[in-house]
Design a protein around this ligand. Structure first.
Ligand code: FRU
Length: 597
């Protein structure tokens, strides 16, 4: 036996134990606020936030979790929590101080540290409850996202539910992404606005929750549903002005459902002014579905578009304003004549490349392929406040992309869509999230057709090459982790089949044959549905596979399809079988980096 080796072993074991123990402590570091969403399980529930004293010495490790403290005075803040609903507690804390959080007879759905000076850089610090000890410790981002059913490079929340992107804008050096969220579970429920910021539209930091549902709703969850519904932002000088819908009504939407448009402002994207009501009821003839204000400038004037239905037909309603506060209804911007659509949700409207573009999410719509709730775009002219449609198409042929929103920055028009689980395929794993965002897409109109390309910043995500070749079929199995980008070029419109995930029983495929190009799944719930792209030929593909999400861009943006495909194993595949391999002009596959490491 070699004594040196033995003592090394002993030391490292001891060290490990020490580190594990220290990790259990929670030091506030630069943060000054603790935000907790807590619900009592019975009367008498409470949360205690106990100060254990200030930081005394630092270990050499860069990890904030490894800070030690002297046992301090034990100053305790005790907050009673009511049963029935999640209260948003904000507890001031001292910097660089050890704390212990105790909860008695209550459940905590989300907990994080906020209120540090450079929070737009650092983001919040999530705290998670350890299973064995019940202690709150700092969450580890890499581990949180390291799951086969969580995207590695598409934005998704720390945990729980996300839907529509809201308030997209660039403000004082950062891109801001607000989003519909339910911080308490992986299902849609009463709506909050979540928030994230980024310098490159690729890497995001999570920021504090911004808006919560109306108190009346929170206190009467059995009777009421609603909350802070979708909306948009415009930047005016040194302020961002936000518009949103506040919805309140019974669980089954009806005439009693009230959807009103509100505005708020922020000068730093952290504090928000008191909300102001700007439109209190739908115009004559419009349905109670009356929501999702998108404010834009067109023909040099402020307009707001709202999703609704007019006399039973899905419609986009148009309002105008001089000052962003007083809004006048000018009439419908567009009335969709197709039947079977309850209303348009999350409309978008813009001038782009010399044309006008309207986009709407079609609520409850089924197309003849069986696709559910697609987003449709309409191109045309907008003159003197009137839109004339010239062409229409699908925003995304995969139909797992809904409620897209766009914004403009430095001459680029960029959109982000919600990757929506419309075929109910979500696997609810602990610490998981349901809902994520598409890669930001640059938008253009050419010949009255919408083109969407992944923003060029996605290039920075490429890691090592996994394959490069041409004139042959390709079979890569066990791509680990399952996060890659494939770039392909074809000749002579060659037929092919390309497996992008799964195994012998469950598959996601991109097929090109006499029926055209389409996404198709096998062995999962979306199998009966076809997801065809509206293209005549296939020359070029860019495919982003990111664990449960696949995004396919065709012919430099002529079409894009987003499809969810859940697989519990974390290795992917890329199996290309072209009828004439000689027509495979080029294939390059790159591993993609995670944005959370
Ligand atoms: C679309 C939508 C919006 C609404 C929001 C509520 O997904 O239904 O119309 O504002 O989600 O979360």
């Amino acid at each position: 036996m070699e004594p040196v080796l033995h003592s090394e072993k002993f030391d490292s074991k001891c060290m490990e134990h020490l580190l594990r123990e220290r990790r259990k402590q929670m030091n506030t570091g630069a943060y000054t606020m603790l935000e907790i969403f807590a619900k009592a399980l019975q009367t008498g529930g409470k949360v205690q936030v106990i100060s254990k004293g200030s930081r005394q010495q630092e270990t050499s490790a860069a990890d904030e979790n490894l800070l030690t403290s002297k046992q301090g005075s034990g100053n305790c803040q005790e907050i009673p929590v009511e049963p029935g609903y999640y209260r948003w507690l904000r507890v001031p804390v001292e910097k660089d101080t050890e704390y212990e959080i105790l909860c008695e007879a209550c459940r905590i759905s989300l907990c994080y540290l906020s209120g540090c000076e450079n929070i737009l850089e650092t983001g919040v610090c999530y705290l998670e409850q350890e299973k064995e000890s019940g202690r709150f410790v700092k969450g580890r981002q890499k581990e949180q996202y390291d799951s086969p059913v969580r995207e590695a490079y598409h934005f998704s929340p720390w945990k729980n539910w996300l839907n529509d992107p809201n308030g997209l804008c660039w403000f004082q050096g950062y891109y801001h992404l607000f989003y519909q969220c339910n911080p308490h579970s992986q299902q849609w429920s009463q709506m909050y606005w979540g928030h994230a910021a980024s310098k490159d539209l690729i890497h995001w930091v999570h920021l504090p929750v911004v808006l919560e549902p109306q108190e009346e709703i929170l206190k009467n969850p059995e009777k009421l549903k609603g909350g802070a519904f979708s909306g948009s932002a415009v930047v005016q000088g040194d302020e961002a002005v936000f518009f949103l819908t506040r919805s309140i009504g019974p669980h089954i939407d009806s005439q009693e459902t009230l959807q009103q448009q509100w505005m708020t402002k922020s000068g730093d994207m952290l504090e928000f002014a008191e909300e102001k009501l700007v439109i209190d009821r739908p115009p004559q003839g419009a349905s109670f579905d009356f929501r999702d204000p998108k404010v834009v400038k067109a023909e040099g004037k402020w307009y707001m578009v709202l999703g609704s239905a007019l006399e039973g037909k899905a419609a986009v309603l148009l309002y105008e304003s001089e000052d962003l506060e007083h809004w006048n209804y000018t009439g419908p911007l567009l009335v969709e004549q197709e039947d079977g659509i309850r209303c348009i949700e999350c409309p978008d409207f813009m001038e782009l490349d010399g044309k006008a573009l309207v986009i709407g999410a079609l609520m409850h719509h089924h197309d003849f392929q069986g696709r559910y709730q697609m987003c449709r775009y309409y191109t045309g002219e907008f003159q003197n406040g009137v839109f004339t449609e010239e062409n229409r198409g699908w925003f995304d042929f995969g139909s797992n992309c809904y409620a897209m929103q766009s914004f403009e920055h430095q001459g680029r028009r960029i959109s982000i869509g919600w990757i929506s689980d419309f075929y109910e395929e979500h696997l609810e794993l602990e610490q998981g999230a349901c809902g994520s965002m598409t890669i930001p897409r640059e938008m253009h109109i050419q010949g009255n057709r919408l083109y969407l390309t992944p923003i060029k910043e996605t290039e920075s995500l490429k890691a090592e090459g996994l394959y490069k070749g041409h004139g042959e079929n390709v079979c890569l199995k066990e791509i680990h982790p399952n996060a890659y980008k494939a770039e392909l070029e074809f000749e002579d419109n060659v037929p092919f089949s390309l497996q992008l995930g799964g195994d012998a029983k469950r598959k996601i495929l991109l097929i090109h044959d006499e029926l055209g190009l389409r996404l198709q799944t096998k062995g999962v719930k979306s199998e009966p549905v076809l997801f065809p792209a509206e293209v005549d030929k296939v020359e070029k593909l860019e495919i982003f596979t990111d664990r449960r999400t696949v995004e396919v861009y065709v012919n430099d943006g002529e079409a894009v399809g987003t499809k969810l495909f859940y697989d519990i194993k974390d290795s992917g595949c890329f199996i290309l079988h072209a009828e004439t391999p000689a027509c495979v002009k080029n294939v390059e596959i790159f591993r993609m980096k995670s944005i959370w490491e």
